[in-house]
Ligand binder design. Structure first.
Ligand code: FE2
Length: 154
């Protein structure tokens, strides 16, 4: 494994997680509307999860004799819920792609590959959550699936 390349990817991921801590917390403060409490809780939990991811990254960076960054990636803020969701999806996508890069760079360094795979898995599920909230998924039912009739077996 190229340790310098690994440290670069891990620090890029750490900067994104720090951005997530602040961006989600800010969104939890600013979100308004009838479903404010639902979204505020959701954003607060994601902020906590970013902090947990950041801690795992910082630990591994030092394991590789690197110094963890203290600079977050750019933070996007908005007072509009839909824009918050789009900004969130964008952040999750960047983190996901960075962890995929981490998997490639980790190569045969199994523990680092496992870490990157686990974090990629988490971010993929977060992306899915935002894609659904933004109704971006192309879910189609065939005509035959629109009405399901249950029949008693003979
Ligand atoms: Fe994360």
């Amino acid at each position: 494994m190229d340790v310098q390349a690994a440290l670069q990817v891990l620090n890029k991921a750490l900067a994104l997680e720090y951005a997530g801590v602040l961006q989600y917390l800010q969104q939890s403060f600013l979100v308004q509307g009838p479903y404010r409490e639902v979204h505020a809780d959701f954003f607060r939990k994601l902020s906590d999860e970013c902090r947990t991811h950041a801690a795992r990254l910082g630990t591994y960076i030092v394991l590789l004799n690197g110094v963890p960054t203290v600079e977050p990636a750019p933070i996007r803020q908005s007072t509009d819920l839909t824009e918050m969701l789009k900004n969130s999806l964008e952040l999750e996508r960047e983190a996901y792609n960075t962890y995929l890069e981490g998997v490639r760079v980790a190569a045969d360094e199994v523990p680092l590959r496992l870490l990157c795979e686990e974090l990629a898995y988490d971010e993929r599920l977060h992306m899915e959550a935002f894609e659904k909230m933004l109704a971006q998924k192309a879910l189609r039912l065939a005509d035959a699936e629109r009405e399901i009739v249950l029949t008693r077996s003979a």
